[in-house]
Design a binder for this molecule. Sequence first.
Ligand SMILES: [Zn+2]
Length: 403
Amino acid sequence: MSRPQTVADAIDDEATVDLLQDLVRIRSPYFEEAEITEFVYDWLDERDLDPDYHHVSEPDITGYEGDNVVARLEGSDPDAPTLLLNAHMDTVKIVEAWEEDPCSGRIEDGKLYGQGACDMKGGLAGIMVAFEALADADLAGDVLFTAVVDEEGPYGLGADALIRDGYTDDCDAAIVTEPGPILAQSDVENPALILGARGRFLYDVEVTGLAAHGSQPHKGVNAVVDAGRVAEALDELDVDSHPDLGDGSVCPIRIEGGSQTLSVPESARVMVDRHVVIGETKEMVRDQAETAIDDLDLASDVEVGFREAPADDIYYGPYVTDEDHPLVRSLDGATREVAGVDPDVAYFSSVGDFNYFGDRAGLPTVIVGPDGENIHGAGEFVYTDEVVEVARIVAAAAHSYTG
Ligand SMILES: [Zn+2]
């Protein structure tokens, strides 16, 4: 039997950073992942890790067609736990403000630069080399590698498809190597384990007034004015708190409306971002908004609606993973072995595919990932030593968790 430390030691610094550089040099904004998908597939295939393409199709709203890459290491004991490793291959759209090639992969002072270097090609390289190292170890349980498309896009279609097509059904827990401390709600440093995240709903409030001549506003019902009242009322909503996740939040993020140059506007729309904690459901969020709006007793008709989605279960629900879960204990031990310290524990400030695994798929889910700066912006970079450290922690923890 190889021991976890051996699995971690099998990960080579230089090979990991070279792989990361190759990944960053492939431009892969969401919905344009074909090249990186093929690269990840070929990289696994060249190492006899038996990858598969998993097709992702969303014909109704986005017209998207793409592929996740999945691969499985089979353990010797069918009763041992199965661990999901997940990273996304896409980045945000390349931002304009880069003062150098946004796909350069330039390394300086231990920082590797490029769009998506931190979010999350560092984490993607991490699970790739960890998976390769695990292939040479004796595993009791299975390890399922998943590199997905469209995390940064509108619906998280890659992770959604994994769940919808049953890939998570036999999994017992998940590690997602998204950037760590930089996106945590509290001030922590790597090595850190992120054990949960708030959820998020996006809803629209449609306000319908009555048009009239703009010189005689009393003869109409002004939808723009009522939309302003709605935004103010929603801004003042009371939200729930959670001991780990903190407070929910409400933020009216857009108002659209108005009409012609001399008419009382008959329609307006308020878009609202609502981050939720455990216990705040979609129905509660809707009821709360409707009650607050009813209390305003507006002359306009007002309707609350949730964003159109390919399916009703496509939303980011909140989750928390128990600090005593065996995966967390394995990650604790692996961090001590690899980094010589206990990991910090924190919770994520926003949402991502990990919400799908942690909430929808019901998998105890932990984020452990390399830090950097300027995520989603110009000058994004990742610390290369943290990429290697995360890869070693993931490999050692996966080995120990799956037995
Ligand atoms: Zn990400």
